[in-house]
Design a protein around this ligand. Structure first.
Ligand code: PXP
Length: 253
């Protein structure tokens, strides 16, 4: 069984740094610590408004780590030029709206197919693995396969943001959509990642799916680091992922 990779998103270390306008806490140190704690990759999102990661962080992080950088970016000319200038291992194309607090939904691939297929061409030609951050929606998954993206990342927010105690059936329906999406993506030959909002409590049913190659987790881990240290938070998440993957327990949905 292939190992489930953990990508640690360090954006919110930079959020904290920026809150005081200085240099601390240092997202580069977070990336190095995450690598030493068992992360398989580092994820960082350079947003248009630079609210967390900034341009100079990208080169500094790449310089400091030996695991792959997954560069999250909106499909703009500016971000394409930055990605091409750094050549990270992977680029994850995400939708971006200035007023949102986080990446709230998936990329609209089906309706923007022509533009996106031209957009990702130069990134792929430069050897950057392109993934598309999309909802677990068959229409979007099929469009991603059509435009030749090798990887999709399914947005797990509709599952993780649910207050399960209030409406467990609705949450399980969202989980079932992710499970179907993972299968559909794999059947189409795509590598499937999942991310957004995952916690120790919600990671199990996703990590148990043998087709999922990678999880990208940020906000919760950085929050937990306040209590356990980044090392402790990552170690505990890794253990939860590995336990679910090796038990192969069928998810509840
Ligand atoms: N994957 C993608 C593509 C994202 O945009 C984000 C959020 O930035 C994450 C994963 C991580 O989400 P969270 O910070 O909620 O764990």
């Amino acid at each position: 069984m292939d190992k489930l990779r953990l990508g640690v998103n360090i954006d919110h270390v930079a959020t904290l740094r920026n809150a005081r306008g200085g240099a601390l806490p240092d997202p580069v140190r977070a990336a190095v610590t995450a690598e030493a704690s068992g992360a398989d990759g580092i994820t960082a999102h350079l947003r248009e408004d630079r609210r967390h990661i900034r341009d100079a962080d990208i080169a500094a992080i790449m310089e400091a780590i030996s695991i792959p950088l997954n560069f999250e970016m909106a499909a703009t000319d500016e971000m394409q030029a930055i990605a091409l200038s750094h050549s990270p291992h992977a680029a994850c194309i995400v939708p971006e709206r200035r007023e949102e607090r986080t990446t709230e939904g998936g990329l609209e691939v089906a309706a923007d197919q022509n533009r996106l297929s031209h957009y990702i061409g130069p990134l792929s030609d430069a050897g950057i693995r392109v993934s598309l951050f999309i909802a677990a929606d068959p229409v979007q998954i099929e469009a991603a396969a059509r435009i030749g993206a090798p990887v999709i990342e399914l947005h797990s927010g509709a599952y993780t943001d649910f207050d399960a105690e209030e409406n467990i059936a609705a949450r399980d329906a969202e989980l079932a959509r992710i499970i179907d999406g993972v299968k559909r993506g794999t059947d189409l030959g795509l590598e499937v990642h999942v991310g957004h909002g995952l916690t120790y409590d919600t990671v199990g049913p996703i990590a148990a799916l043998p087709e999922v190659a990678e999880l990208n987790i940020g906000h919760f881990l950085i929050g937990e680091a306040v209590f356990l240290g980044l090392d402790g938070a990552i170690t505990r998440m890794r253990a939860a992922m590995d336990a679910a993957r090796s038990s192969g327990v069928a998810p509840s949905a």
